[in-house]
Design a protein around this ligand. Sequence first.
Ligand SMILES: [Zn+2]
Length: 278
Amino acid sequence: MCSALAGRAHCIMRDLCARRSFDAPVALVVAHPDDETIGLGPLLKLLRGAHAVHLTDGARRDVRCVRAAGFRNSEDHAKARATELARVLDLVNIRAERRHSFPIGDQDAFRHMPTIAAALGAYFETQRIEAVFTHPYEGGHLDHDACACAVAMACARMEHRGLHPPVVMEMAFYYESEHGLVTQRFAEQGDDDVEIAFNQAEALIRDQMLAAHASQTAILGLFREPVARLRPAPQYDFRRPPNRGHIFYQRFIEDVTPADWLKAAHDAYGWLHNPQEH
Ligand SMILES: [Zn+2]
C-alpha cells in the first residue's frame, strides 16, 4: 500500500476510535452473513455511507451439510441467513439499496474470483467507494481468503485502469495457530493494528447482532469479546499459501486441496493482467 493510502486508512481508523462518524461511501466486503457482526459490529453505525457486500449467501450446496445445519435444502438455508442478515443491517442503519449479496454458495467463492473482482471493481467505481473493510488472508475460511483476494484484484485492476482504488482495511476474524483456533485476532500482529473496545451501549448492539444470526449461535459463541481489531491491508501474494501453510479450513473441507486454491489464485492474477480472456 502506498503511503497516501496507508495514511488514509489510519485517519479512518482514528475516526472510528474517537467515535467520529464518517459520511463518505465505504464498503464492507465480506464472505457471508455474520462476518459484518464479527468484523465491525456496532462500529458500522458510525459509517453513515456504508454499503454491505456479501460474496456468498452462506448456504452450502451440498445437501448433507445443509441437513446437518437443520435445513431441508440450500434455498431454505440461504433464505434463513438472508433474513437474519437483513435484521442485523437494520440494526446498524444500512439501507436496503446499499446491500448487495452474490448468489454464490458457502465455500464456493474461490471458484468465481475473476467474476467477483470484476463486479466489485465496477461497484467501487460507480458507488465512488473510498474505503473497504474486508478479510485478512489467513486460511481461516476458504471464502474469507477468496474475499481478500477478490478485493485486492478489484483494486489492482482499478489502478491498472488509471483509477483511484479505495483504501483497504482488514478486520480480525480467525486463524489456525500452533495451539489451535484463535479468534478475533490477526495471525501476525503489527504496529499498524488498531484495537477498538466497545463501550456498554455498543456491546449491547453487538449482542443483538450476534443474537439475530440465530442459525449461527453455536459458532458465534467463539466471538463474544466486545472488541474490533483493524489494520491497513498488507500486500499479499495470493499464489502462496496463507498463514505459513497453517490452514484452518482444511480441518473440515475435504473436497478442496491447497493446489485447488493456488490454481484459482493464479487464475485471478491471469484475469488481472488479461481481463478480456476471462
Ligand atoms: Zn466468516
